[in-house]
Design a protein around this ligand. Structure first.
Ligand code: ADP
Ligand code: MG
Length: 271
């Protein structure tokens, strides 16, 4: 299938949860340097509630830094980050990860090996009473269709099942936004498409805003309601998949996101 056909075939419309609500995640002029290395530079990005945004760019362009800043695993050098309207990081304030309404799914899932599936999911719900914790765990395990494996340990699960546990754990505390950092890259090619479909369907069913980092162009264009293309710590384009593919904002986006050919041209009569 061509990339263009894939954009149309796979992309499920997501409900608009915006309705005047604040954006789920906002970066305003956010900079993060690691010594002399640039993580991100003056990043401006607003992710409306209910969207599934894909973040793509070459290795080292700042994708993981962006997610880590949103999650509170890094402190910005400058700028403001808001989650669901609340400032979580600026010059004065820094809200710790567990107090931000942000869920995280890493590439390696980072499940606790000594805890069962249910134990892993319950872990982030310590503020709830025992009964509520059980009920919520049951609900999200149903959502990812893993209720029958609640008593298994992570090593007794397939890669795809482990990924679903990680997603359930991230969704359990009802975060304002779920951040997924290359969540499918350690799966076999054969599993990848199915797990990707399941993950997108689950996020949609939960009505959760998502930011998904990927290095796969087709994945970025087919899954995202918006696609953010980064290079060297800055955003080159943030747009609908159609626009990114058909009207790339820069030469870099054109060559990175599509099979572009460049022809030298002169404008004689500007319109
Ligand atoms: P991506 O996820 O897009 O591959 P990262 O956000 O991980 O990129 O990294 C962006 C830049 O910041 C890279 O140049 C990387 O080497 C640098 N970087 C990331 N984390 C650290 C760190 N903890 N210490 C030093 N440099 C880092
Ligand atoms: Mg990364």
């Amino acid at each position: 299938m061509t990339i263009r056909a894939s954009i149309r075939a796979h992309r499920a419309p997501r409900p608009d949860h915006d309705g005047g609500a604040p954006a789920a995640l906002v970066f305003e002029g956010v900079t993060k340097h690691y010594g002399s290395a640039v993580g991100v530079e003056s990043l401006d990005l607003a992710i409306p509630a209910g969207e599934l945004v894909t973040l793509i760019g070459p290795s080292g362009c700042g994708k993981s830094t962006t997610l880590r800043l949103a999650a509170g695993l890094e402190r910005p050098n400058a700028g403001t980050i808001r989650v669901a309207g609340d400032v979580v990081a600026d010059r004065r304030r820094f809200v710790y990860p567990e107090q931000r309404r942000v869920g995280l799914v890493f590439q390696d899932y980072a499940l606790f090996p000594h805890m069962t599936v249910a134990g892993n999911v319950e872990f982030g719900l310590d503020r709830l009473g025992r009964g509520e914790r059980r009920a919520r765990t049951g609900e999200v395990l149903d959502l990812v269709r893993l209720s029958h494996l609640a008593d298994r340990y992570p090593h007794e699960l397939s890669g795809g099942e482990q990924q679903r546990v990680a997603l359930a754990r991230a969704l359990a505390p009802r975060p304002a936004v779920v951040l997924l950092d290359e969540p499918f890259s350690s799966l076999d090619e054969s599993l990848r498409a199915q797990v990707r479909r399941d993950t997108v369907a689950t996020l949609k069913e939960a009505g959760t805003t998502g930011v998904l980092v990927t290095h796969d162009q087709t994945e970025a264009l087919s899954v995202g309601t918006r696609v953010v293309v980064m290079r060297g710590g800055v955003i080159e384009q943030a747009d609908t998949p159609e626009k990114v593919f058909e009207q790339p904002a820069t030469r870099f986006v054109a060559s990175f996101m599509g099979d572009a050919d460049f022809l030298p041209a002169k404008v004689h009569r500007p319109c």
